[in-house]
Write a protein that binds this ligand. Sequence first.
Ligand SMILES: Cc1cc2nc3c(=O)[nH]c(=O)nc-3n(C[C@H](O)[C@H](O)[C@H](O)COP(=O)(O)OP(=O)(O)OC[C@H]3O[C@@H](n4cnc5c(N)ncnc54)[C@H](O)[C@@H]3O)c2cc1C
Length: 335
Amino acid sequence: MGSEVTIVGQGLAGTCLAWRLWDRGREFNLLHRGEGRSTSSISAGLLTPVTGRNVNPSWRLEEFLEEARDFYRKVETVLGEQFFHEVPIVRLFTDADERGRFDQKRSELNRWVAEFLEPRDCPCHAPHGGVIWKGGGRLDAQRFLEASRGFFREAGLLEVQEIDLNVPEPDGRISVLCAGAPGLGQGPFGFLPERRAKGEILTVRILGFPEDRIMSRNGWLIPLGGGIFRAGSTYRWDDLSDRPTNSGRAQIEELIRSFTDLPFEVLDHVAGIRPIVRQSRPVIGSHPEIENLFIFNGLGSKGVLYAPGAAGRLGAHLCEGHEIEEDLNVRTLFC
Ligand SMILES: Cc1cc2nc3c(=O)[nH]c(=O)nc-3n(C[C@H](O)[C@H](O)[C@H](O)COP(=O)(O)OP(=O)(O)OC[C@H]3O[C@@H](n4cnc5c(N)ncnc54)[C@H](O)[C@@H]3O)c2cc1C
């Protein structure tokens, strides 16, 4: 596949793919709409090894986590700035069922446990105790995207251009649609199942709250330093606008109050749409009928974990002809 590559979209998917092609010396250009915020730029950037009420390690965790860490370290070296911060994650159990599920899976989960917390050891009221996960952390997604954008702009590889996602024209070049939520439910890949979900996040100031670990229980509270925290997030499927809502704000304020009694001030409130195809497992690969048209989407709620590894596989396919694994390949999964 010798032709030049056009990457449509500069969220986590498009940016990670751009780095993978740059690393291989492959010619490409990176298009983005240039206005507003992408979902990636408002994302909390959390990478949590074990998630959900069922306390399950993420799909293919060890492999994708190692690839993600290596990838962010390499980009940090090129750009001279740190984006990925390893931070302990305090997961408090919501109820006895959740604690029971953890106890049942304890041997499988031990690899990710830094410490088990009895209720008396928890940083706030937590009658079912909790656990501190290791191996995760937080990507400063906004800075990662901005700094990457600056780098590719300097290299003459970035263009601000909105394309019609219903009729993208590969035009002899390879086009990879990394358009996130707008790229689902329409256009040539409109046949993919999708369940896009809106999410909202507050940035708040909580003076005197000493916590410097990420806290998680039905949502999360992330320390950014200087008394500033991000808190979220919500899930909604009936409103796919990116407008923040009063009900979203109220829900997150209640979440913050479950972690601390201290007063807080809301500094910012944002919303975005998660591009979900099959939970948070990415899909990559070529269109079944349109030559040279590819997709990289479906990062769901786990773009920080999966974007680097999925981009690596797509880069290896486009540059070295490596087969795309069946459980990532849009053709074997959905055609
Ligand atoms: C509230 C919230 C919190 C989240 N928190 C986390 C978290 O803590 N950890 C985590 O891993 N994930 C999190 N996510 C999920 C994460 O944000 C997504 O997985 C990720 O952003 C998806 O990246 P993407 O590149 O596929 O899409 P996007 O980031 O949406 O990027 C799409 C790109 O395509 C461009 N584009 C779209 N249409 C066009 C067009 N017609 N022409 C040209 N360009 C176009 C856009 O401008 C943008 O640059 C969160 C999501 C939300 C909503």
